[in-house]
Design a binder for this molecule. Structure first.
Ligand code: HEC
Length: 166
């Protein structure tokens, strides 16, 4: 049996050398992993910004007047549809012109309008826009957000209707 022991020793020895080789391999592999990890930490420039870009909240608040990157820029004033003369008359002018408040020429009263019409449309429009007789006829007829075109339509409606009804 002594002989077999003597025979076994180099085998064991061989075995431990294999183990230590495996250890070295694993160890080396570990080092490689650590090295890869280190490389992974130093991300190329721009990547962080890219990620922030992709993970940004879906809806961002864009206030009126802000530069929102051209997407849905809020216009300063929105005038979607031009209003008609009769709409503006009903909302702003008839308060005074229906009943003749402060001697306002009445809607439908041809006689009252005749001397006014004699001034010509340009002057009537100017008096509508800037006001007339120290504000008895208020500037813009109180339609402060009226465009020139809307105000002229309201003026023409008031005059035209008065001719039709009178
Ligand atoms: C607060 C009352 C009031 C409102 C609102 C008003 N008007 Fe008048 N308007 C008057 C009075 C009063 C006069 C007469 C002024 C005068 O001749 O002394 C007048 C006169 C006018 C005249 C004649 C001006 C001239 O040169 O003789 C025109 C045109 C006119 N209004 C158009 C309008 C239109 C269009 C609106 C609506 C957009 C409007 N007005 C809203 C009170 C008003």
């Amino acid at each position: 049996m002594v002989g077999s022991v003597a025979y076994n020793r180099p085998l064991l020895h061989e075995g431990s050398r294999v183990v230590s080789n495996v250890k070295r391999l694993v160890c080396g592999f570990g080092l490689v992993l650590v090295a890869v990890g280190a490389v992974g930490d130093s991300v190329p420039a721009g990547t962080v910004a890219d990620i922030e870009d992709r993970t940004r909240p879906f809806g961002e608040l864009c206030l009126e007047g802000d530069d929102c990157g051209g997407v849905g820029d809020a216009p300063a004033a929105v005038q979607v549809v031009e209003r008609t003369g009769s709409e503006i008359y009903a909302k702003h002018c008839q308060v005074c012109h229906l009943g003749g408040l402060n001697n306002a020429p009445k809607f439908g009263d041809a006689e009252a309008w005749e001397p006014r019409l004699a001034k010509g449309m340009d002057e009537l429009f100017r008096n509508t826009k800037e006001g007339f007789n120290n504000g008895t006829m208020p500037p813009m007829g109180t339609c402060m957000d009226c465009t020139d075109a809307e105000l002229r339509a309201a003026l023409e409606y008031t005059i035209g209707a008065s001719g039709d009804d009178g």
